[in-house]
Ligand binder design. Structure first.
Ligand code: WQD
Length: 341
């Protein structure tokens, strides 16, 4: 069975392609390489022995997207990752975010509808919850007004999907990610650095490698055990595996409704200092960091209630923080050797 993975040379996309191939699926990738590299298709082949089919174009191009679905009208499902996802950048460039993230989604949904492809998995985010009033946060938690255009594109996308499902044959599963980190244990794929990292873990590994002088810890005056903000970090391979489970659920018609939503987290929250300690323990490297003021737009603390995902999907995050840190560090070193940057 053939699955389309949009954004398939990206961080989570490439890990998901590996798990799909491992599960016997044929994969075709669409990516515009705006935030990834074509070589990742070869890296995927280095892990699985199979190079995925790969088409490079922008999903905001309606004609090209329509032509793709006409050619691949035998798809068993679509996993849609392709989107811009930097919170800060979205504040500076809202129109680019709304155009890219929403037009891509609309073109994919139209292509599916016109070719009677009905199984759609959407890459969503816990960002839709904002700062939850109750922790851990379950799928029933209220959606808060978005704190950024990026977060708003995820909320609007879920609404577009819900409305489309209600009047077409489309079935959809939205997966709300918490904080994906780490890399495949082969160190053949991982998070590609694009400029100065916004996210915590790539900044940690680049600091450990000496590319950054020190890590800035954004605030230690939060109402948490050590004052630094808490997140639910989840290993990217655990996250990728959940996508395969979701696709299988749809193909085997096990869904309980036409639009299902699942939180993909571990259920455990770690503070920034917890993550730093875990990195130091996993690598034996003392990390250089400084406490700074809070980063505007950051929420204080969030972690998932994964009970529904665990029960309904029969999926559970298995990899601990130490493995997340060790794999991130291994990738950081391998990446430099492999790509020489
Ligand atoms: C984690 C914690 C920072 C960098 C974002 C998006 C979310 C998702 C994941 C796409 C926070 C602190 C960070 C640094 C730090 N992206 N930090 N120093 O902001 O939780 O989530 O990325 O889906 O949608 O919002 O992730 O890794 O940026 O930050 O102290 O140099 O680490 O303040 O508490 P975040 P993050």
């Amino acid at each position: 069975m053939k699955i389309l993975v949009t954004g398939g040379t990206g961080y989570i996309g490439s890990h998901t392609v590996v798990e799909l191939q491992r599960d016997g699926f044929e994969v075709v990738i669409i990516d515009n390489l705006s935030n990834s590299r074509a070589e990742i298709a070869d890296q995927i082949a280095a892990v699985t022995g199979v190079r995925p089919a790969f088409e490079v174009f922008d999903l905001t191009d309606r004609e090209k997207t329509a032509a793709f679905f006409k050619k691949h009208n035998d798809l068993a499902g679509v996993i849609h990752f392709a989107a811009s996802k930097a919170v800060g950048e979205s504040v500076e460039q809202p129109l680019m975010y709304y155009t890219n993230n929403l037009c891509s989604l609309l073109n994919v949904l139209e292509g599916m509808k016109n070719n009677e492809i009905t199984n759609f998995v959407f890459s969503s985010s816990c960002t839709v919850y904002g700062q939850p009033d109750v922790l851990p946060v379950s799928e029933e938690a209220p959606i808060k007004p978005a704190e950024s255009p990026y977060g708003n594109t995820k909320q609007i996308s879920e609404e577009i999907i819900r409305d489309t499902v209600s009047v077409t044959e489309l079935k959809a599963i939205a997966l709300r990610y918490f904080n994906p980190i780490g890399a495949h244990d082969s160190a053949e794929i991982g998070e590609l650095p694009q400029g100065v990292p916004n996210n915590l873990v790539p900044y940690i590994t680049q600091t450990a490698l000496g590319i950054r002088d020190y890590l800035r810890v954004w605030g230690n005056d939060y109402d948490t055990h050590d004052g630094t903000a808490i997140r639910d970090y989840i290993h990217v391979v655990d996250l990728a595996k959940a996508h395969v489970v979701a696709v299988q659920r749809m193909i085997e018609s096990k869904m309980k409704s036409d639009f299902e939503i699942f939180n993909l987290g571990t259920g455990t929250g770690y503070s920034v200092l917890d993550v730093i300690r875990a990195f130091e323990k996993a690598t034996g490297i003392k990390l250089n960091y400084k406490i700074m003021d809070r980063r505007p737009g950051d929420i204080e603390k969030v972690w998932a209630d994964p009970a529904f995902s665990n029960k309904e999907l029969g999926w559970k995050a298995e990899r601990g923080l130490d493995e997340m840190m060790a794999s991130a560090w291994k990738w950081e070193q391998a990446y430099r050797e492999k790509f020489g940057e």
